[in-house]
Design a protein around this ligand. Sequence first.
Ligand code: SAM
Ligand code: ZN
Length: 315
Amino acid sequence: MTDFLEILRCPLCAGPLFRADGCLRCADGHSYDPARAGYVNLLPPGRKNNAKTGDEREMIRARSEFLRCGFYDPIDEALSADLSSVLPQADADAPLRVCDMGAGEGYHTCKSTALLAEKTGRHVDVYGFDASKSGAEAGCRLAKALGFLPKEGIAAPMEAWNPDSPVRAAVLPGNLFHLPVADASMHAALSLFAPVAWEEAARVLSPGGVLAVVSAGREHLLAMRAVLYDEVRLTDFHPAPPEDFSGFTLLGRRTVDFPVTLSSQDEIAALFMMTPFWHRTGDAGRARLASLDRLAVTASAEISLWEAHPCSSPS
Ligand SMILES: C[S@@+](CC[C@H](N)C(=O)[O-])C[C@H]1O[C@@H](n2cnc3c(N)ncnc32)[C@H](O)[C@@H]1O
Ligand SMILES: [Zn+2]
């Protein structure tokens, strides 16, 4: 069994990290203590997001509960199916290494890779990174509950990791624009409803590796938007790398539509909180949504797959 930590890098000097006295260290003496939740904070010092506001915790809790009801599982199904059909077959005995850039509370991180392991018959090592410590906390809790992470957390000795688990997973505080992982170390990178760091994804992917970007489709949650706003404008948005960046070739793009029937105000509020509408809706729209106890919406997710161009790989 390869060491799960093998590809992690110090966010300060980019040196390899190793276990020492229960924490992670690099050869330059930078040291990272494990948090009780099981993660190690790899956000560069000074840019740490130490916010632990009640609001943020409440939001993470609502999102976790919503996702665990399986409402968005069609995304994980489609994403894992698409990825399994394009990932390189070489080195099939080694685990597939995947990073989730902006993993939130780790639900899709764990769910999509569990399905990927099932579909490919391969073990998957997945590293989720998010700027939010509360997200990482929830992600590690979920990974532990699924048996993907040892109870002692990421700094646990290798023997503590379950060799039979199809997936090994951890969600760590980290900046998706400066991932604390080695160059060319990943077979796949995921970006779900998060800022897309194209150049960073190209750096961490091995040649032929695939970046999967999931974004909101044109008519995503239209019925909810119709409640929130007097006028709904439909705009097409298709994520793509900057024009002067030749690091990726588009392999394919498709939209997955599926119904989501919300049958309580709690479920409606949880979904609302997960959307960008949460920040940009006025009082009247909020009040209209808060008066509902049932809402049927169609979720629409665009999945685009991008192959890392061999020429762009770091030497
Ligand atoms: C809309 S959420 C999506 C979370 C998750 N991928 C999902 O689909 O449930 C976007 C996430 O991106 C994270 N994020 C934004 N900028 C980031 C950065 N520079 N580094 C790491 N995470 C970031 C946020 O903290 C947030 O959790
Ligand atoms: Zn270091």
